[in-house]
Structures are given as C-alpha cells and as structure tokens.
Design a protein around this ligand. Sequence first.
Ligand SMILES: [Zn+2]
Length: 332
Amino acid sequence: MAEHPARHVVVLALDGVNLEVARACWPSADLRLMRSVSPTTSSACWLSSLTGLAVTDHAVPGVVFRAPSGHPRLVTFLDYDGADLTPATDTVFSDAARHGRTPLAVLGDMEHYGSAWRDALLRHAHPVAGHSFYTLDGTYRPRPPAEVAARVRTAVEETLARHGTRQPCLLWCYVEVDQHVHRHGYDGHTAEVLTALGEFAEALAARDVVVVAHADHGLVPTVHDPALAGLLDDMGQRHGFTMGGAGRMRWLYPERRAGGAEVTARLREALPSDVRVLPADRVFAPGSAARARVGDILLVAEGERFLTDPAYRYDHGSFAPEETDTPFALWR
Ligand SMILES: [Zn+2]
C-alpha cells in the first residue's frame, strides 16, 4: 500500500459467501482461498478478521457461551453488553489510521446489532449509519437483487463522497448475504447480487480505488431434526447438561464436571452417526479464554439433519469445506 498513498480502499464484508459462488461470479477479481477459523460462525470469524487474532486469543467462541464474568449464566453475543468480552484492542481500523487513512465502517446490516461484540469489532472506526441491505430494523427483509446491489453502491459512493475528499479512507461495509443464504441457499438471487457487486468493484478499481471482497464463512444444506432436538432435551434433563453454541456446532455444559465422560458415552450411543461428539479441547486450545467459555463436549453436524432454525435450509458452524473455504477477492 505504501507505493499508492492516495488510494481509497473499500472492503466489502459479505457475510456467508463461499469460495465456489464467489469464483463463479467474480471472473475479473484476483481471487484466493481464505480459510475460516473454527467454529465457522459470524461472531468468531468477523472478530478474527478485523482484529487479526485467533479465536483462542479474542475469546469469542461463537453465539451462545458462558458469561465473560465467569458466571455460569450463558450469554448470546448480540445481547451481551457487559465488560471483558475480549482482550482485543487493535483492529484493521487502527492500522488504517496509522497508515494515514480515515477508518470508516458502514454498519449496514449490523446497524441494529448494538453489543459489546460490535463495539470490539468496529473499535477505532468512524461508524456510518443509515444503510441496510438484507435487513430492516435488524430483521430479515427480502429485496430484489438489483435493489440490494444498488443499496451497496449508494452506501459506498455516498460515504466516499462525504468522508473521502481530504484524505484516503479505508471503507468497510457489512452486507449480510447470510440472511438470504440461510433461507434460499446459493441461488440465482445470490449470483445476481454478487455479479453486480463484482461489476461495481471493477468500476471502482477503474477509478483507482482498491477493492477487497471477502466473507466470514460459507453455508451448507441443513434441516432441523425435531427428533434429535427432543432426544437432546430428554438427555439434558436426565444427565444434567445445558447447551450453548449455535448452528452446526453446539457445546454441552455438564452440571457435574466429573460426569462428562459418562455423558459423552451416552451421547455416542444415542445420537445418529453423522453427529460427531468431540471433547472441546480438540477445537478450543486447553487453558485458553475461549475454551473456558464453551462446554466440555461438542456436537458437530456432519450431515444435513441437525438442529437449526426451522425456517433455515442452510446453516454453518461445522467443518465442511463449503463452510471453511471463503473468498479473498481483490480488484486494483
Ligand atoms: Zn456469518
């Protein structure tokens, strides 16, 4: 970047776009594989992406986890507004400021997700409100693909025009494509939006703007299995455990620490073969802050049937290549 001090950098942060669909839609990009952290959930992945820290170090393991105070109460990342969520301090925005760029975050579909997580994610950025793409007031709002792309173009152009005249900016813009993919998969809508965004990126690059588009994780076909949900409820009551996590990776907190081995054995007997039962130490480094927040036993989906929102057809959180392999695309 040092040889082009005058260039703006635009980062399209596209939630839930996998490598394969990006390859098909962005023929003009310099596109590489960027492998997601584990678990493949937005909370862990975006925090790693913007702070540069591994999950072990930023300590946000996923969606539902033990309260940062150490209290056994579980918290949900978007609702938690307390202290000590993460030790992360520097972000890509503090780096940008050090390199003489105005750090801007178009909140987009994150605007209504006020939380300690969002504060940590966007620390050192000047927030830009008033734009949404896949949501309205924080809930899913379907819009035609051309309208989604036009809204992104407007958000970027208006922000550059307003804040980018005196010095170059790093403009980060959050588009929650994930909202659509959860319900419809990588369909014609997704392809149309991504193609239009690729053309926009090309047009910006022609004006000497550097454009990056990347994602946090992809999604795979997933259907809710009510029988599995019922079985886990029953076992939770019988053996004494509660559940955290979300999507295709859950973790269990056995009430009695010593009872974990027996609960693991019972789960392996009772659960379908495509639900993997793992010790948490296999995914979260033993002794780390992230490990202290998850339960001792992980349940990881390997097939399509698992626990999810009954309205969803696609989900994420596990280790499938379609989830872990995401694009890092560059136009310059
Ligand atoms: Zn996500």
